[in-house]
Design a protein around this ligand. Structure first.
Ligand code: BDR
Ligand code: CA
Length: 317
């Protein structure tokens, strides 16, 4: 049987609890994905923590062949605004052993460009934090736009925010970066709050993942347990696996209802910083539709896929 070609991908995280679960889930797909690099950006917590979490998880799960690169330590033009609900380290009370290797010699933007050059026109990028690293890559390497096949982001929202009434956290943190990405001509898939807020972790899913008993399942459950606890004990965010939904869009897009719009990002507004503004009524006919937006999700299908990944893909070690 002919072997299916792996999808070349770079994944950029601000790890982060739900980023961690997305990273673990993604690492269970190496038969489908050629992971060229994993990169880190400041967002949920400062870069030192997101980068360490990313490298430590990659290595703890045995993927020491994947380069892990550090990226931007702050948004393009603003001070970094971190989240509180991921705890001080970004992983709540979960401790992952320190990796014994160093970061990739290139920074995140150059690592993305290197992969884009190597896979001319075929590279997928997943970004689940502020899109600062991608924006730097686009500004630094103008030809990258035609070298990337598609960028999947967790970020933005068609309706209603979680950071402000208008904006989603990643978009709020670095709206200039998101605007550069949306205006660049790169094909973008926006997996925003419209779908990710529908995926509040059900307890049966947590229990089935735990029962899978693999190292990946054990680590994911530790992180998910912290997410459940932070909501119950401190009243912070519910356990939403936002970033996992964005990863799912790459390998299992059929659970999402997607529609293409012209979308731009507000960078100037006093109450709309980071608002992703879609042209629902085609009032800007001269503007090309630039973003494919996830409008709805088959929630049951998503959770069945997620459980399947841990039950069928991990190996008890
Ligand atoms: C996004 O914000 C972060 O806190 C999460 O990791 C996710 O990427 C949701 O708005
Ligand atoms: Ca994130």
């Amino acid at each position: 049987m002919e072997e299916r070609k792996k999808i070349p991908v770079v994944m950029d995280f601000d790890t982060g609890t739900d980023d961690a679960v997305a990273l673990i889930t993604a690492l269970l797909h190496r038969d489908m994905l050629d992971v060229c690099a994993v990169t880190a950006v400041a967002g949920n917590v400062p870069l030192e923590a997101t980068a360490a979490n990313t490298l430590n998880i990659v290595d703890a799960l045995g993927h020491t062949d994947i380069p892990v690169a550090k990226g931007a330590d702050k948004p393009l033009k603003r001070e970094l605004h971190c989240a509180i609900s991921h705890g001080k380290t970004g992983l709540g009370d979960v401790i992952v052993p320190d990796s014994e290797r160093g970061f990739y010699e290139k920074d995140a933007a150059d690592a993305i460009y290197e992969a884009a050059l190597a896979h001319e026109g075929e590279l997928f990028v997943l970004a689940t934090g502020p899109q600062t690293n991608l924006a730097i890559a686009i500004q630094r390497h103008l030809d990258i736009v035609k070298l990337i096949k598609r960028v999947y982001i967790m970020g933005g929202c068609l309706v209603g925010g979680n950071m402000t009434q208008a904006s989603e956290f990643n978009a709020y943190v670095d709206p200039e970066a998101m605007q550069i990405l949306f205006r660049s001509g790169v094909d973008v898939v926006m997996v925003g709050l419209d779908v990710t807020l529908q995926t509040e972790l059900p307890i049966w899913v947590r229990d089935r993942v735990e029962a899978a008993g693999t190292p990946e399942a054990k680590l994911a459950v530790q992180v998910m347990d912290f997410m459940i606890k932070r909501n119950k004990e401190f009243g912070y965010d519910v356990a939403n696996l936002h970033d996992v939904v964005a990863f799912c869009a790459i390998v299992n897009p059929s659970v999402l209802k997607l529609k293409r719009y012209y979308v731009d990002v507000e960078t100037e507004g006093t109450i709309t910083r980071g608002m992703t503004v879609a042209d629902f009524r085609d009032v800007c006919p001269d503007k090309e539709k630039n973003v494919t937006c996830a409008e709805d999700i088959d929630v049951e299908g998503f959770w069945n896929w997620f459980v399947d990944v841990f039950e069928k893909r991990g190996k008890r070690r």
